[in-house]
Design a protein around this ligand. Structure first.
Ligand code: DHE
Length: 730
């Protein structure tokens, strides 16, 4: 065997010419890679001096080894081999000069930065709260650790963990590893200076809210900011659901600074970083921190008369086409239309998936959320966050709005009646507020019935707020299946009864959110995301079939069905709160595999980040795709591909698609990658680049190479192909 080493570049390239015998041990990584993984945290870029205040440019391997023995805080690196230290020496001999930090930090700026960014997770001699803050109280921290170590930890938490600077047992006490908040090194250094000097001063006293009465004009402004950005996850009355309780009492415990910090930076558990991303201004954040510490205002009712008045029949049924549209005398493949939600524009753009043209953009209500299809697919129903239902006819040459109506102040779901004999006879709109659902005529949206929700939860407690989350139309009878979020109850609404009552209440778990069918359509799987469960409802018997404990805050969208090579039919969910796809057996009627009893977890697939919102596939694609839209650790532009053949993340994608070969790759360029949808034959998958200057990026569903993109789309989010939506293909 001969070995040749080409050390001409920064990273030594090693090649082996194998003539026989055992393969040689792998060479140590190059010096630059080692330095960037193990040393950069304290010694700064190029070793020019970072929090350790010392240039180690040109340092010899022996000096590095001595330092590990001399300085206890470097001791954790003693596992590095001599060969690795030699490589670091080679690298440090070739580096340019970098910038140095000042010797002392600025205490005043350090305090400001600490209050604005650290105080949700940490206190300094503060009172504990329930549930506890994610990080420790920091009093005494600068005695336990050096300033170098603290700076390195704030600036490079991921690298510190990877280099074993912190023992895993200590980390296991906390819900997640502290994220890198992106502070420039000078600010980090100032925070460290503050932590050191505050030891002699005493506890950090929380800032006073900027107003403390609901008569202050900023209260009403903040009420609207809260409604637009927070109510969906935390509830109008702030008792929590997808997000935790942030009522006045708990908000006061978190404190003005802590509220500001979490609103600015979010958390890896799924809270959005509204300040960092510019969604909320500093002023809005400061005002919201005051608003949250006051009791919530009462929310307005929406009586029947107002709903009836809101109804607008724009095109009566007898003025609508009776046949699907033709173009140049040829039938248009309208079932391959895809509606794209343009969230912040309050619009839906409809694309022809055959010609790849945007046909029309229609206004459909404030922060429009989703589209659902009529049973034939001919009509799209859009639901806006303002409760506006918009009915779009796809049989006109240019799709047209034919009716709209508003049955809620706040809503997320709409569904048609689909059981044979009732196709598109009725539509149901589920409200987030008020606690009600409204049934309309399926062709005109004429209001038929308003039904108040039961206001008692599975534990018998009286509710102030009970929101309708997902709704599906059962294939097993003339009923809608409605998820009552705060109650933790799946309600069965009988649309063959002219009063449209809830005829059965299936008590499951809290707080119910999104879900979809298994591959047979006989089961409805819905996330109870505050219980970390997926709940399975048997639709034939209208009973609870199973509860699957999956992981932190499951969020499946409508979920996904595919055939696993070992376990047969499976279904899966990703999570907002942890980087994991949980796969469970979903083949209860044909359960021949003893390794996979129905509704048992069969695989857990680790993703590089938490923050997933959607998972999707199509029978024509070899992949199951999952996003990480709410990632707080830099993966929000990426999606991951799970191979249906192996049940693991893909390791065989083209390098041009997935340079790291780990199955996860960047799709979005301007914003966050969110929600996948396939075209009608499943040959393409469409992914949104969610940004004010957004796009829909179209990938080949087999190679996952980009084949096209539709640009100039404001805030595209969900996408709904007519055929796949009408036929529950996911
Ligand atoms: Fe959604 C589905 C509620 C945030 C995009 N979303 C749903 C459903 C509910 C819901 C109840 C299921 C409807 C059904 O099947 O009948 N969503 C909520 C919220 O309460 C929450 C957490 C906060 C909020 O204020 O709305 C929320 N949702 C979001 C987003 O931030 C997303 C990414 C963009 C947006 O519109 O704000 C978003 N939600 C979607 C999409 C679906 C959805 C694209 C449908 C997925 C599908 O494939 O069917």
């Amino acid at each position: 065997m001969t070995v040749s080493i080409d050390g001409t570049s920064d990273i030594a390239q090693t090649t082996f010419d194998v003539e026989g015998g055992d393969p040689p041990p792998p060479p140590p990584p190059g010096g630059e890679a080692l330095f960037n993984n193990k040393c950069i945290m304290c010694h700064g870029e190029y070793g020019a001096g970072g929090y350790a205040h010392r240039s180690i440019k040109g340092a010899r391997a022996s000096r590095i080894r001595n330092a590990m023995n001399k300085w206890p805080e470097m001791g954790f690196l003693s596992y590095l081999s001599d060969a690795e230290l030699d490589n670091i020496e080679t690298y440090l001999g070739s580096v340019p000069r970098g910038d140095k930090l000042p010797r002392h930090g600025d205490f005043v700026n350090g305090e400001l930065q600490f209050r604005q960014s650290c105080t949700y997770c940490h206190t300094f001699e503060g009172t504990p709260i329930e549930p506890p803050r994610p990080g420790p109280d920091l009093v005494g921290i600068s005695t336990a650790f050096s300033d170098t170590w603290l700076g390195a930890w704030i600036d490079y938490p991921k690298e510190m963990v990877a280099a074993h600077a912190i023992d895993p047992e200590t980390l296991a006490d906390y819900p997640y590893v502290m994220p890198d908040l992106g502070h420039p090194p000078v600010d980090v250094w100032d925070i460290v200076d503050f932590l050191v000097r505050q030891e002699d001063i005493g506890p950090v006293v929380d800032s006073t809210p900027v107003f403390d009465t609901d008569t202050d004009p900023r209260f009403d402004i903040s009420k609207q900011v809260y409604f637009n950005n927070c109510a969906g996850c935390h509830g109008l009355y702030r008792f929590g659901a997808t997000g935790p309780d942030i009522g006045a009492a708990r908000s006061q415990d978190i404190g003005t600074d802590g509220l500001g910090a979490i609103l600015r930076y979010g958390t890896p558990k799924g809270m959005g970083n509204f300040g960092q991303t510019g969604i909320l201004s500093d002023e809005e954040i400061t005002n919201l921190a005051a608003y949250l510490q006051l009791p919530p205002p009462d929310a307005p009712e929406l009586p029947w008369e107002d709903i009836v008045t809101s109804w607008d029949l724009i095109v009566p049924v007898d003025e609508r086409p009776t046949e699907p549209p033709l173009r140049n005398g040829e039938p248009i493949n309208w079932q391959n239309y895809t509606g794209v939600i343009l969230r912040d524009a309050g619009q839906v753009a409809i694309f022809d998936g055959d010609t790849n043209e945007e046909i029309v953009r229609l206004s459909t209500g404030f922060a429009v959320h989703i589209l659902r299809s009529s049973s034939s697919g001919r009509y799209f129903y859009a639901i806006g966050r303002d409760g506006l239902v918009t009915m779009i006819d796809l049989w006109t040459l240019v799709p047209t709005i034919v009716a709209n109506v508003k049955g809620c102040h706040d809503a997320r779901s709409v569904e048609a009646s689909k059981y044979p004999g009732y196709e598109d006879v009725y539509i149901i709109e589920g409200c987030y507020w008020p606690p009600q659902y409204v049934v309309y005529d399926g062709l005109t949206l004429e209001p038929k019935q308003l039904v108040d929700l039961p206001m008692v939860d599975i534990d018998g407690a009286t509710l102030i707020e009970n929101r309708v989350a997902s709704i599906v139309a059962s294939h097993n009878g003339p009923v809608w299946v409605v998820s009552l979020k705060e109650a933790g109850i799946v309600g069965i609404v009988d649309y063959s009864d002219p009063e449209f009552p809830i005829v059965s209440e299936i008590h499951v778990a809290k707080f119910l959110h999104d879900g979809g069918f298994d591959h047979t359509g006989n089961y409805f799987l819905v996330a109870a995301n505050a219980s970390n469960k997926m709940v399975v409802i048997d639709l034939k018997n209208q009973t609870l079939a199973a509860e699957i404990v999956t992981g932190a805050v499951p969020h499946p969208g409508r979920g996904v069905n595919w055939i696993d090579p070992v376990y047969g039919w499976v279904n899966a969910t990703p999570h907002i709160g942890e980087g994991k796809v949980t796969v469970y057996d979903a083949d209860p009627t044909n359960n021949t595999n003893p390794d996979a009893p129905p509704w048992q977890i069969v695989r857990e697939i680790t993703l590089p980040s938490s923050g997933s919102l959607f998972i999707k596939s199509h029978p024509a694609s070899p992949w199951v795709l999952v996003d990480m839209t709410l990632s707080a650790t830099g993966f929000e532009k990426d999606i991951c591909a799970i191979s249906k053949e192996t049940g693991a993340l893909a390791n065989n994608l083209a390098v041009s698609v997935d340079p790291d070969g780990d199955g996860c790759f960047t799709v979005a360029t301007n914003g966050k990658a969110v929600h996948m949808e396939f075209n009608m034959d499943g040959s393409e998958v469409w992914v949104s680049d969610w940004d004010p200057d957004g796009a829909v990026i179209v990938l080949d569903s087999t190679t996952l190479e980009e084949i096209r993109r539709f640009t100039g789309l404001p805030t595209p989010t969900g996408k709904f192909n007519v055929y796949n939506t009408a036929h529950d293909i996911y």
